[in-house]
Design a protein around this ligand. Sequence first.
Ligand SMILES: Nc1nc2c(ncn2[C@@H]2O[C@H](COP(=O)(O)OP(=O)(O)OP(=O)(O)O)[C@@H](O)[C@H]2O)c(=O)[nH]1
Ligand SMILES: [Mg+2]
Length: 244
Amino acid sequence: MTNPTSQPSPILPSTGDNTVQAVSSNVALGWLHTAKFLTTAPQLQFLPTLEVPEIAFVGRSNAGKSTCINTLTQQKQLAFASKKPGRTQHINLFALGKQGVTDAVLADLPGYGYAAVPKQDKIRWQQVMANYLITRENLKAIVLMCDPRHGLTELDEVLLDVVRPRVEEGLKFLVILTKADKLTRAEQTKALSIMKLNAGGGEVRLFSATKRQGIDEVATLLWQWAHPATPTQAPIETPEKTTE
Ligand SMILES: Nc1nc2c(ncn2[C@@H]2O[C@H](COP(=O)(O)OP(=O)(O)OP(=O)(O)O)[C@@H](O)[C@H]2O)c(=O)[nH]1
Ligand SMILES: [Mg+2]
């Protein structure tokens, strides 16, 4: 195994927003199960403008983004997953919401860093991705999928640089350490603590689609991000009654 994520890397600021609603993982998973294919687009300008929160899954090619979406939504083939890297080549949106009312969207993005892709295509895709991450207005959260056996790659670091200003403005950020089933318990613990250092204020979770590890936790987090608690109102003070 290569040494995972050992070098210090960009620290993302904490968003400092702790207003979350308590929810059971069953509710969160039930909500995720409502996912339906919404649309696909080769780049940002062809995506519909949406008002609901969007949660984007990004990461290196073959990291497990599409599989993670299928696992969380409990649908076998919602997103196309494949052994062959570079399977997802468009931005694919999936609508979530009970009773047919969309209240959030998941975005499955093409992976980066696949060596066999021609250089021109790589550059084009990096521009599409940067453009999406910087300007997509309803983007509420980014889930960075990272295979802990490889650690953060150079392109992951570039992505962290691109999203840092938005995280400072409140964008939520989660690193999912994928394919945790490939690691021993000790390696998982180590990879988790190293990534916690590297992700700064972002959340970090271990995940395995095959061993069904981390699913409840990630589902709950995504539900909370899509349904932030409205700040509790301060009680209105009524003047004390005076009797004369
Ligand atoms: N062992 C194991 N394999 C996994 C897991 N998640 C995904 N894989 C495998 O990893 C490969 C890539 O998965 P995808 O979900 O297609 O990866 P992706 O990140 O969407 O890839 P691109 O679309 O190319 O960017 C597939 O062969 C999956 O079966 C996991 O948790 N454990
Ligand atoms: Mg994919």
